[in-house]
Design a protein around this ligand. Structure first.
Ligand SMILES: *Cc1c(COP(=O)(O)O)cnc(C)c1O
Length: 408
């Protein structure tokens, strides 16, 4: 197959022109700082769209998460239950504050934090009062159940909606189920500012605290007066101009991403795989990334070290490593499923709780009839497919053909 002339990306920025208008406005009015109309408007529109009282514009989703950890009272030694299959930015901010992440295994219905494992974790660590969960790849997790478990144990829930902006669960936007929530405008997200993020809350005091901390914690005085540690985390008015220009296109981007997901689902029919699943009754994902999971008995032999992978090609079978290699050969970008946090060298000594209890020390990711270490199972058998808005149906057909050829 001839490689694409222009690379088909996993997910790249999709600009529309309005972004430049607002950036230019910032330039021409000289609001080239972390104050200005673009920030005010972006915050107002996001709060309205998402249905929360306050959205605080910050330099990144990671910065927003960091301020969430501080607002939630995480400090040296605080144990925090965290999503396991997620991007590292979900959990790094816990560590910034000296907190200790304990990872909660994943369920196979939405690939998010498993409420059964979370309940188990509260039995093992009754002292824990903080939960950080992400909605992976734009698919809402079991938010009602997780919220109810947190309430039952008096725990604060922080919802990382960095990948799921615009997705809804029972008609409500993700990012509003936690006591605190965040979204990201990183370049690969469904709406981008090139960078940036926002903290979401209904609590005026928390919003004001976050704003103050993000601007070096200046007290109300004529000089620089400080009573608390501060950060340089405020969103730039230029970045906010890009965000402001992008926001009206959120729904269009979601529709395009959904069409891509459906086209894969149709095109890959008959193969021993499934697409990343969601609760079709209650959830409407934003379909940020389309992913696939290979059936266990259709996996060829694949071995992964810490940084390299090998596989043996087998008739009728395949594996993520083979498919990613074949996609790269036609100039298309896929990616393995986010490697579980409990498998990362940096978190090797941290707790990991599965439905069965302590999930450490397992040698196989999957035991027949028993769900153990679902995250590792997903990592071994799953991959993210090229999901760029600007991919044409013709390009996607070629990608589908390449994937089909891997199973021949
Ligand atoms: C992208 C991402 C973040 C971090 O957002 P940045 O704006 O890149 O700092 C956090 N959590 C998840 C799940 C993400 O995918």
């Amino acid at each position: 197959m001839r490689p694409f002339e222009n690379k088909v990306w996993l997910s790249s920025p999709t600009m529309h022109g309005d972004e430049l208008v607002y950036v230019k406005e910032a330039y021409e009015t000289n609001w080239m700082s972390t104050v200005g109309k673009n920030i005010d408007e972006a915050e107002r529109i996001v709060a309205e769209k998402i249905g929360c009282k306050y959205a605080v514009g910050l330099s990144s989703g990671t910065a927003a998460l960091h301020l969430c950890m501080k607002l939630a009272g995480i400090t040296l030694g605080t144990k925090v239950f965290c999503s396991d299959v997620t991007f590292a930015a979900t959990v790094n901010p816990v560590v910034y504050e000296g907190g200790v992440p304990i990872f909660i295994d994943t369920e196979m219905d939405t690939w998010n934090m498993d409420p059964t494992a979370l309940e188990k974790a509260f039995a093992l660590y009754p002292e824990v009062k903080h939960v950080v969960m992400a909605n992976l790849y734009g698919v809402p997790g079991k938010l009602d159940e997780i919220r109810a478990i947190c309430d039952r144990h008096g725990a604060i829930l922080i919802e990382d909606a960095a990948e799921s902006m615009g997705a809804t669960y029972k008609g409500r936007q993700t990012g509003t189920f936690g006591d605190l929530g965040i979204i990201s405008f990183n370049g690969n997200k469904i709406i981008t500012g090139s960078s940036g993020g926002m903290l979401l809350t209904d609590d005026k005091e928390r919003a004001n605290k976050a704003r103050k901390w993000s601007t070096q914690s200046r007290e109300n005085a004529a000089w620089y007066q400080h009573e608390e540690v501060g950060y340089n985390y405020r969103m730039s008015n230029v970045i906010a101009g890009v965000v402001r220009g992008q926001l009206p296109y959120l729904e269009e981007h979601i529709a395009q991403k959904k069409a891509i997901y459906m086209r894969y689902k149709e095109g890959l029919k008959g193969l021993p795989i499934q697409m990343n699943p969601y609760d079709e009754q209650n959830a409407e994902p934003n379909f940020w990334l389309s992913c696939m999971l290979i059936d266990r008995d259709a996996m060829c032999k694949q071995v992964r070290g810490e940084t390299e992978a090998l596989y043996c090609s087998e008739h009728g079978k395949s594996c993520p490593t083979e498919i990613l290699e074949k996609l790269a050969a036609i100039n298309a970008e896929g990616r393995p499923i986010w490697k579980p946090m409990h498998m990362q060298p940096i978190f090797r000594m941290h707790g990991f709780v599965t439905r069965g209890g302590n999930g450490r020390g397992r040698t196989n990711a999957y035991i027949e009839g028993e769900s153990v270490d679902a995250g590792m199972d997903l990592f071994e058998r799953g991959l993210c497919l090229p999901s760029d808005n600007k991919m044409t149906p013709e390009q996607q057909d070629v990608i589908i053909e390449v994937i089909r050829s891997c199973f021949e």
